[in-house]
Design a protein around this ligand. Structure first.
Ligand SMILES: N[C@@H](CCC(=O)N[C@@H](CS)C(=O)NCC(=O)O)C(=O)O
Length: 166
């Protein structure tokens, strides 16, 4: 698989052993809204990847994770319905819960022009609640999905590794 082009972000694929070439996108200058970028991701957000071997263009952090895991055979649990269900559940928990609620919490707390207590409290509460679920799970097992190496958690191109530190 050579090479993967990653517009935007820094060295985000370091845990996936594939050669890649970075293409920076300056979101502060609005480069994500340019037609050439929108042709890759109509949603106008980083990260995205282009797989030069297949021509696949993939956007949205969790779609990229799953795509790379399937393409490389890395990071996936056993191919059983039980393990697959667990993987998809936690991946979507990140995609639809942790990512959006954390993002909105930061936005309303730090960037909203007129911060409203209701919005700040709601999103902070939900973000903390989601992290509490992660804490509870990692207090019982080392990885969110067992037999899955830890880096398959990558909301918003963040590259964070969610596993217990000890
Ligand atoms: N659902 C997307 C969200 C990506 C996202 O929010 N990216 C931010 C940077 S972390 C971005 O592109 N911001 C620029 C903008 O919103 O115009 C994903 O998971 O990849």
């Amino acid at each position: 698989m050579t090479p993967v082009t990653v517009p935007g972000g820094k060295n985000r694929l370091c845990r996936v052993v594939v050669p890649y070439e970075l293409k920076p996108v300056d979101t502060r200058r609005g480069e994500q809204h340019q037609p050439d970028f929108l042709a890759i991701n109509p949603n106008g957000k980083v990260p995205v990847i282009i797989d030069q071997d297949t021509g696949a263009k993939v956007f949205d952090s969790n779609a990229i994770l799953l795509y790379l895991a399937e393409r490389t055979g890395q990071f996936l649990p056993d191919s059983t319905p039980v393990a697959r269900g667990e993987l998809l559940s936690w991946l979507m928990f990140i995609a639809t819960g942790v990512g959006p609620f954390s993002g909105q919490a930061v936005h309303f707390k730090h960037f909203a022009p007129e911060p409203k207590d209701y919005a700040v409290n709601r999103y902070l509460y939900e973000a903390k609640r989601h992290y509490g679920i992660i804490d509870a799970r990692l207090s019982k097992q080392r990885y969110m999905v067992e037999r899955l190496t830890p880096s398959l958690t990558w909301p918003c191109g963040d590259g964070r590794v969610w596993c217990r530190s000890s």
